[in-house]
Ligand binder design. Structure first.
Ligand code: PMP
Length: 360
């Protein structure tokens, strides 16, 4: 079997034991005589899958009882609209922190529904760091504050979650959910597309404090109202059943690993290995300021488009796949989500050293 180390920003690697488990159950799930893909979403088999998926996630993230877990579709991009549609309920004002391309898209969408105030931005520094956000910057009347905890394209992450006091904190956690221990109670709504640390693309996870549900305007489309999905246990319409099943397997894999504390330890080791290699390199460097460096997405540049192109091509020949950087940053980007094994990062670092010696 020729599996490569896939450094894609998403869809990205899934843990091999998860893929193998799914393979073993593919055509006949637990003697049902059917694939999970063929099960009715109202069947007992699927009810058990979605119930267990939720329970495992609650356990892994220590989600307090007053939060709902929703399994939705539409990607994180749909949350850019659902958040303002459901949460602009009092002042019609929201504070956003602009830390990159995805934040900008979230801001653009929210502006269609209310008054958006960008309270901090690192755009003038090419998004190479996370700007300081303190409680004095937050409008106490704002309906919510929105942050992107990990910026997939720029490779930045918050070293500390801002304290927003009584103003609800909404986080796009698409690219670092489940990568480290977090205190869910610091947030009021967390959303994430599944295709990085959860499951295949097509599933979107929302964790929302109960009392934020049910205040959308009358004309909010049913599918875009959190209440619809909360009231029906994410079964208002056909959910992405196979995605929920895969998420359940990934949650089981994380639990067997001994949870997010262990996952975080491994992720810190992997990222450190790569950042150390970049510090030592005379060819490559990280464009990101030290205190804002992401554990998940690590861009690096040589400064020469030709060298970058040769690196990406030669790396691919060595089984190091999808290292091309996002077009807005250039160079390379190694996305090292939960499923990227330590050996993958070791192989990348070894290759970087060899490449550097050859091209010196
Ligand atoms: N937010 C972040 C931080 C992302 O990385 C992405 C996708 N890469 C999105 C939002 C958009 O997600 P989706 O494609 O699921 O709509």
């Amino acid at each position: 079997m020729n599996r490569v180390f896939n450094f894609s920003a998403g869809p990205s690697m899934l843990p091999l034991p998860v893929l193998e488990k799914a393979q073993g159950e593919l055509v006949n799930y637990r003697n049902s005589g059917m694939s999970v893909m063929e099960l009715s979403h109202r069947s007992d088999w699927f009810t058990e899958i979605i119930t267990e998926a939720e329970q495992l996630l609650r356990e892994l993230m220590a989600i307090p009882d007053n939060y709902k877990v929703l399994f939705l579709q539409g990607g994180a991009s749909q949350q850019f609209s659902m958040v303002p549609m459901n949460l602009f309920t009092k002042s019609g004002k929201a504070d956003y922190v602009n830390t990159g391309s995805w934040s900008k898209k979230a801001i653009k969408e929210a502006e269609k529904f209310g008054a958006v105030n960008v309270i901090a931005s690192s755009e003038e520094a090419n998004f190479t760091h996370i700007p300081d956000v303190d409680s004095t910057m937050i409008d106490p009347e704002a309906d919510y504050v929105h942050i992107t905890t990990n910026n997939t394209i720029e490779g930045t992450a918050y070293a500390e979650i801002p304290d927003t006091g009584d103003v609800p904190l909404v986080a796009d956690m698409s690219s670092n959910i489940l990568s480290e221990e977090i205190d869910v109670s610091k947030f009021d709504l967390i959303y994430a597309g599944a295709q990085k640390n959860i499951a295949p693309a097509g599933l979107t996870l929302v964790i929302i404090r109960e009392d934020l549900i049910g205040h959308a305007p009358e004309n909010c489309p049913a599918m875009l109202n959190y209440k619809t999905h909360s009231d029906s246990g994410s079964l208002y319409n056909t959910p992405p059943t196979y995605g929920v099943y895969m998420a359940k397997l990934v949650f089981e894999w994380l639990k067997e690993l001994e949870g997010l504390r262990e996952m975080e330890k491994i992720n810190r080791e992997k990222a450190q290995m790569l950042y150390d290699a970049l510090e030592e390199s005379s060819l490559f460097q990280s464009p990101v300021r030290k205190k804002s460096r992401s554990l998940m997405n690590i861009p690096f540049v040589s400064g020469s488009a030709d060298v970058d192109a040769a690196f990406i091509k030669e790396a691919q020949a060595e089984g190091l796949e999808t290292l091309k950087g996002h077009r807005s940053v250039g160079g390379m980007r190694a996305s090292i989500y939960n499923a990227m094994p330590v050996e993958g990062v070791e192989a990348l670092v070894t290759f970087m050293n060899d490449f550097e010696h050859k091209h010196r």
